[in-house]
Every structure is written in structure tokens, then in C-alpha cells.
Design a protein around this ligand. Structure first.
Ligand code: F6P
Length: 416
């Protein structure tokens, strides 16, 4: 491997995951093995970088235990941001500031761990560098529980969230099935994932020899019809006393409105124009109890599903490390304006390789669940989806317990 000379900077951006920090470890280790100088961490991504808010990762990761702890720490250790770089032309001053910081700290390569929107930052910076003859390299490292980045087979962060979702679903199904009920109970579980149903689809993994799984899984890839859903619940309640419905936070009505908007809770919009989607389980629970008189309970897994490092998938952790380290290799070889991608070679036994791909084919694009992986009635997932998802949740990384709780590595200023 070619030696990387000089310093590098690492940033985290967008919604965090249980394994986003494992990619920081992968980048750090590979950079050090290649003889890089200092490894700077951007506090709150590009926003912090613009303010010269940098820390030295050496202060935390020079010991093996620091790295092992960080691999098991959920959420973005460095702090994340949702920040959209402006168009290059007409806004050169922002870019000049970024490159000033790059020069001041002698940063040769910039690694950005994030999803679709964060890859826009990598694209803009690598485009600016190319236009202005700058030598610095910009590499994207994939991360998103939403699993909706194109080109890559899957995204680090997804497998762990999927494992948590399927586990939690099994557990709440156990709970609801345990009570001797006089009237049917309907459990409605809301899963994140924005406009793509990958995360909600992971609920299908709960079904097995010891669990009936959900009675329906509704994804945003299909129009949601509340009346048809209520009819389905009524029919299911004829045969059993508990009905379990999984909904993606992004399900929409035929007129294009998000179901969660019916509660008036989707008003907040981020800089990328994404509405905050939350509350559709509650909306639906009200509709169902109003229409049927059944007892309903709404559960929103919310941020629990993306921060459950205590039950991360080992496959996911290892791939997050690999995505980071391969990005460093790519930068050392002179690549820029690329993201590392995972390429599945086979399902059984699972084999996955790593490569790089042009960022322009990735940034700002969303990959939905393929239509053919959704059952014809629009309420479930096919065996093909299960074959795809199963390997991603395999294996466990035991937390490092401190006083009976999983230990985490945190930046010094975070704790008093
Ligand atoms: O993109 C990851 C994600 O967790 C989405 O699934 C979700 O809609 C969004 O982030 C929530 O963002 P925030 O935590 O900023 O409200």
C-alpha cells in the first residue's frame, strides 16, 4: 500500500447509527498503518470544520481499549450535523474558508461518514477541488439506518438497526400475546426510514419458529389505504386476539400526504427539505380504535432503533470498520470524489467485497425497496428480501460493561 503522508480529517453527518463510530475506528487504524500524520475529528461535521472545531483522535484512540470502546459506542462520537453546502458558483467564500482550514491543518484527505445528503458534501467539495486544481481528496463513507444509498448493496448501520427492530418486535409480540384478553388488542409499531421502507421491512425478520411476526408491514413504497388496513385488522381479529401492524414513518395516503401529517406533527423541515416524520402509529391507532372499538397501542421505536449498540450486528460493525479503512486506501491511491461501496458476492455463506464508486451517482439519490420484494397485497416482504437481510444481522459484539451497563467512549467536553 502506498504511504499516506500528511494529516487527514474525519467527519460524521446526518442521523447517527449504532456503528457509525466503527467507521471512525476503521479510518483511524488504516491511516495510522499507512503512516498518516495527525487524524483530526470534525466536531459536528462540516459545520464544525468551518469553525475550526477539530479534535485530535490520537487523544482518544491511541490505546486498543479506546478503539474497542468506540466501536461499541452508538451515535456520532464526533457529533453530527445536517448542513447543506451552497451551490459552488456565487458562494465561493464558503469553499475558500473550508480550503483555508484544510491548508492551515495540512489536511490531505477528508473523510465524511454519512448518507445521501452527506454525500452531497463530498460531491460539492470534490467538484470544487477539481475546478480549482486543489490536490486534497474527498472520500465518502456510507452510513445510514435507512439503507437507501444507491450502488452499495447495503449501508453500514442498517444491519444493527434491523437486528434491533426484529428483536424488539419479537419481544413486544411476546408481551401482547401473553395477556388473556376479553377484546382484541392491536399493536401498531412505527419504524424510521424516511421515504424508503428498508427499516420497516426488517420487521419481517421477526417471524420464525417461535414468533408469528407482524400481521402486516406497510412500506412507503406503496400508497397506504387506511380503510383497507382497518379491514385487514378486522379480518385478522376474527381469528386471533392480538393483531400486530408495522408501519414505516414515511407511509403516505393516495393524495401524497404523509399519514403522520394528519396529526399535524410533521411541520419541521430540515435544510435538505425533509419533513420530520413521526407519529403515524398514533394516528393509525386512533383511527383503528375509532373504527373498531378494539384496544390499541402505538409504539414508536424512534431513536432507540438507531442507537442500540448493545445489540449491534457483528457483521455490520465489521463492515463499518472495513468501509472506513477501504476509504483510506482509496485516498492513499489518489482517488477523490468517491464513496466506498459494499458488493455482495453471495448470500449463503454470505460474502461481501468492498470497492469505490463515483459520488455523482450516489449523492442526493434514494434507493427504494425493490417492488418485487414487496408481496402483491402490499402488506409483506418476499423470501428474496429475507435472503438479502438475514446475513446483515448476524453475529454479536459483546458490550464492554461498566457498573452493569455498556460502556461508551465520549468526547471530553460532553461529560462534566
Ligand atoms: O436518516 C436517518 C433517520 O434516522 C431517518 O430514518 C429519520 O427519518 C431521520 O433520520 C430523523 O432525523 P432526526 O433525528 O434529525 O429527526
Amino acid at each position: 500500500m502506498k504511504k499516506m503522508i500528511g494529516n487527514i480529517a474525519v467527519g460524521q453527518s446526518g442521523g447517527p447509527t449504532a456503528v457509525i463510530n466503527a467507521s471512525v475506528v476503521g479510518i483511524y487504524q488504516a491511516a495510522k498503518e499507512m503512516g498518516a500524520g495527525r487524524v483530526y475529528g470534525m466536531v459536528h461535521g462540516i459545520q464544525g470544520f468551518l469553525e475550526r472545531n477539530l479534535i485530535l483522535l490520537e487523544d482518544y484512540l491511541e490505546t486498543g481499549s479506546g478503539r474497542e470502546l468506540l466501536k461499541r459506542t452508538p451515535s456520532a462520537f464526533l457529533g453530527t450535523c445536517r448542513y447543506k453546502l451552497p451551490e459552488i458558483h456565487g458562494n465561493e467564500v464558503v469553499y475558500e474558508r473550508i480550503f483555508e482550514v484544510m491548508e492551515e491543518y495540512d489536511i490531505e484527505a477528508f473523510f465524511y461518514i454519512g448518507g445521501n445528503d452527506s454525500m452531497d458534501t463530498v460531491k460539492m467539495l470534490s467538484d470544487y477541488a477539481a475546478e480549482h486544481g486543489k490536490k486534497e481528496r474527498f472520500i465518502g463513507i456510507p452510513k445510514t439506518v435507512d439503507n437507501d444509498l444507491p450502488v452499495t448493496d447495503h449501508c453500514p448501520g442498517y444491519g444493527s438497526a434491523a437486528k434491533y427492530i426484529a428483536t424488539s418486535l419479537k419481544e413486544v409480540i411476546r408481551d401482547v400475546q401473553s395477556t388473556g384478553l376479553s377484546k382484541p388488542t392491536v399493536l401498531i409499531v412505527e419504524i424510521m426510514g424516511r421515504h424508503a421502507g428498508w427499516l420497516a421491512a426488517a420487521a419481517a425478520l421477526a417471524k420464525g419458529g417461535d414468533c408469528d411476526g407482524a400481521d402486516a408491514v406497510y412500506l412507503p413504497e406503496r400508497v397506504f389505504d387506511p380503510d383497507a388496513c382497518i379491514d385487514h385488522i378486522r379480518a385478522a381479529a376474527q381469528k386471533k386476539n392480538t393483531v400486530v401492524i408495522v408501519v414505516s414513518e414515511g407511509i403516505r395516503l393516495a393524495d401524497g400526504r404523509f399519514v403522520c401529517e394528519l396529526s399535524g406533527s410533521a411541520d419541521s423541515v430540515d435544510v435538505f427539505g425533509h419533513k420530520q416524520l413521526s407519529g403515524c402509529a398514533l394516528v393509525l391507532a386512533d383511527m383503528v380504535s375509532g373504527a373498531t372499538g378494539f384496544k390499541t397501542r402505538a409504539i414508536e421505536l424512534s431513536t432507540l432503533q438507531r442507537s442500540a449498540a448493545h445489540m449491534a450486528s457483528l457483521t455490520d460493525v465489521e463492515e463499518a470498520v472495513l468501509a472506513g479503512s477501504y476509504g483510506v486506501k482509496a485516498a492513499a491511491e489518489g482517488h477523490t470524489g468517491v464513496m466506498t461501496v459494499l458488493k455482495r458476492l453471495q448470500d449463503q455463506p454470505y460474502l461481501c467485497a468492498v470497492d469505490i464508486h463515483d459520488i455523482h451517482m450516489i449523492a442526493n439519490r434514494e434507493k427504494p425497496v425493490p417492488d418485487e420484494w414487496i408481496t402483491e397485497d402490499g402488506r409483506g416482504l418476499t423470501e428474496e428480501f429475507l435472503r438479502y437481510a438475514r446475513p446483515l444481522i448476524m453475529g454479536e459484539l459483546q458490550p464492554l460493561y461498566i457498573d452493569g451497563l455498556p460502556g461508551h467512549l465520549v468526547r471530553k467536553e460532553i461529560i462534566s
